[in-house]
Design a protein around this ligand. Sequence first.
Ligand code: NDP
Ligand code: OXD
Length: 310
Amino acid sequence: MSVVVHSPDAAETAEWRARLAALLPEYTVEPMLEARRPEAVRYAVVWQPGNGQLARFPGLRAIVSLGAGIDHVLADTALPAGVPIIRTVGRDLTQRMREYVALHVLRHHREMPALAAAQAAGRWEQIVPPPATARRVGVMGLGNLGAEAARSLAALGFDTAGWARSPREIEGVRCFAGAEGLSPFLARTEILVCLLPLTPETRDILNAELFARLPRGASLVNAGRGAHLVEDDLLAALASGQLSHATLDVFRQEPLPPGHPFWAHPGVTVTPHIASMIDPETGGRIVAANIRAFERDGTVPDLADAARGY
Ligand code: NDP
Ligand code: OXD
């Protein structure tokens, strides 16, 4: 029986392979593209497996996403039907995302981009923001990551709201749900954080029409997926002043191509999809435990719902 591993980054594939080989000695662990006996493959542990690759394994019991999102697996137009997809989530992933969201929301709240511009110009400019209690922030997506990010923002004192598909209750967070909840959620949100999964419903959701429903001068933190954002609409909203700044961790094309307007835009902060990553050290333990539990019970708590898209 074997486990195959794949990331588009060969060094990353090698690291994961070594880690999983140590943790799962009962399996042969090999790179997906070099699988010697496709019929022996039981689990595929993958990030962006590519089109048609997983269909080569007729005995596949589950696909393990090397991350919380499964859009990179569902993008495969030849994905073998009915094979369960396991998300890799855990305390480290949640902790890292809480740090990222708190850092960038505080940065917008405390006007750090404007202060950095003033420093660059040698200008002593005292910008005094309101206290966090008077700053309305909102998190789109209240799953593992969004709910924890919202709790952290509330703990910092922000007037915090969240939006999800179904009604949620989170202490200290005003929760909105569904299409009817979106407008009132946006109308009160000065700093918007996107932690949605990428599905047909959420693709392009960060667009001109949505930006127009935010208070003028609002800012955006997108750590969901690049395809949530209509890039030209963001550039237009920044140019008109409807948005004041955006922090983007995810992009339609990754790595963000050289010369892309976001790289040098004064209103955009680029981070290279590092908000929260699973590393082989702790992530390996989670993947190995999930494979063992799935083998034993035929299910795990972190099973994605492929029909729902997340
Ligand atoms: P979950 O599946 O736990 O939660 C998803 C949340 O989004 C749920 O609250 C869900 O609502 C909500 N949602 C889904 N569809 C809609 C919709 N159409 N309208 C409104 N709300 C919707 O996901 P995670 O929190 O684990 O991860 C979220 C995403 O973050 C990942 O899919 C990935 O894209 C991204 N991510 C980015 C990382 C980075 O480093 N930048 C790292 C890890 C993840 P409901 O509660 O009603 O189901
Ligand atoms: C994920 C990611 O989905 O890192 O986990 O983007």
